[in-house]
Design a protein around this ligand. Structure first.
Ligand code: ZN
Length: 84
C-alpha cells in the first residue's frame, strides 16, 4: 500500500493541499507556508527593514561590478527591472 504524503504541520494529505514542499524529513503545505510567512513578517521589527535594503543594495553593487568586469554582459535590463 502506498501511503500519501502529509503536511508535517497540519497533517493534511498531499491530495488535500495545492502544494506540498518537502524538507529534510518534513513536509509543509502551501497553506502552512502562507501562515508561517504571515507570522514571520508580522513579527519582524520595523528596524530590521534596512537589513534587506542593504542586501538589495549589495546585489545592485554586485551587478555593477559584474558589468564593469564583464562589459559584454548586459545587466541594465536586470537592474532596472524592465523587459524588452
Ligand atoms: Zn499544512
Amino acid at each position: 500500500m502506498i501511503h500519501s504524503l502529509t503536511c508535517t504541520f497540519c497533517r493534511k494529505s498531499e491530495h488535500d493541499v495545492r502544494k506540498l514542499v518537502a524538507g529534510p524529513g518534513v513536509y509543509i503545505c502551501d497553506a502552512c507556508i502562507e501562515a508561517a510567512h504571515r507570522i514571520v513578517s508580522d513579527s519582524l521589527p520595523p528596524r530590521r527593514a534596512p537589513l534587506w535594503r542593504r542586501a538589495v543594495a549589495r546585489v545592485g553593487r554586485a551587478l555593477t561590478t559584474l558589468a564593469t568586469q564583464h562589459p559584454r554582459v548586459d545587466v541594465t535590463a536586470a537592474s532596472s527591472g524592465s523587459s524588452l
